[in-house]
Ligand binder design. Structure first.
Ligand code: ATR
Length: 274
């Protein structure tokens, strides 16, 4: 029996256990997945449980994705550049950190675009927190030109400087609303619209291009106010469920070498919202 775990705070409402268990069942793996509410002071204890073999693989969520790096033996290149780890793998007694949020998002974007290339496309990213870092890195690596906007402009500027190799454009919110027609992809990485504040919009969509794909990393609710508004205008939309499922599928592949069926995992999550 393999023991996988999620650590974060809070984790009691997480849908990850049900999603992982459905994947293990489909793959025929004898494994379980437990969500542990862990404070920063308990990180070393839980890491030791992985070193001594009690836990075989770990997902890390808010607020520990950055702090966990200090407890690991190595991290892969993507996780190093993003500055956050969400997956820990034990290889020959070494604990190695990966970031599967970035490839998880790109995979869901590719699914939404039906494989149409998005190199040289223009994307607008809303928000300059931890989630934005993974999205900016992932899209820039795919050749997308990213413009960044945020309520607090100094944070957007600092983030763009961290990724200066990609030439990220920083623009204030009102200018962005005016020039919204320039973008092929709009991604909300802020918490605006998350349950229970479901009616809040992170920006006005009046000038949205009619073909633009509007994405939200949020999946509770499945359709945030920005996605509802975009849909009403006839735009294609993408919620955060695909990214959530794909990051988990890539974690499972890191731990087991097996790639689970992401559609079945998405169904398992949706069932939890019924
Ligand atoms: P995460 O790791 O999920 O990205 P975070 O680091 O706390 O979380 O970042 C939250 C993001 O949502 C930030 O960009 C934040 O804007 P500020 O940098 O101005 O704080 C944004 N955000 C949160 N609540 C917001 C609100 N009510 N209006 C606009 N932006 C908001």
């Amino acid at each position: 029996m393999r023991h996988y775990a999620l650590i974060g705070q809070p984790v009691s409402h997480s849908k990850s256990p049900q999603m992982h268990v459905s994947a293990y069942k489909e793959l025929g793996l004898k494994a379980n997945y437990t969500a542990y509410d862990v404070s920063e002071t308990d990180l070393s204890t839980v890491i030791n449980r992985m070193r001594n073999g009690e836990i075989d693989g770990m997902n890390v969520t808010i607020p520990h994705k950055v702090a966990i790096i200090n407890y690991l033996d190595a991290i892969d290149n993507d996780a190093r550049i993003i500055g956050a780890v969400n997956t820990v793998v034990r290889k020959e007694n070494q604990l190695i950190g990966f970031n599967t949020d970035a490839p998880g998002f790109i995979q869901s974007l590719k699914q939404a675009k039906n494989g149409a290339p998005f190199q040289k496309k223009k994307a607008l990213v809303l928000g300059a927190g931890g989630a934005a870092r993974a999205i900016i890195y992932a899209m820039s690596e795919e050749g997308v030109q990213v413009t960044l906007t945020n309520r607090t402009m100094s944070k957007a500027t600092a983030l763009a400087n961290d990724f200066s190799q990609y030439g990220i454009i920083v623009q204030d919110l009102s200018m962005t609303e005016e020039r919204l027609g320039d973008y092929d992809i709009v991604v909300n990485t802020t918490s605006v619209g998350m349950y229970p504040h479901v009616d809040e919009l992170p920006l006005k969509l009046e000038n949205l291009s009619p073909d633009a794909l509007v994405c939200d990393l949020i999946y509770n609710p499945m359709e945030t106010a920005i996605l509802k508004e975009a849909k009403k205008r006839g735009n294609p939309i993408l919620n955060g469920l695909g990214m959530f499922v794909n990051q988990a599928a890539f974690s499972i592949r890191h731990w087991t070498g097996l790639m689970p069926n992401s559609s079945l995992m998405a169904e398992a999550v949706k069932k939890e919202f019924l």
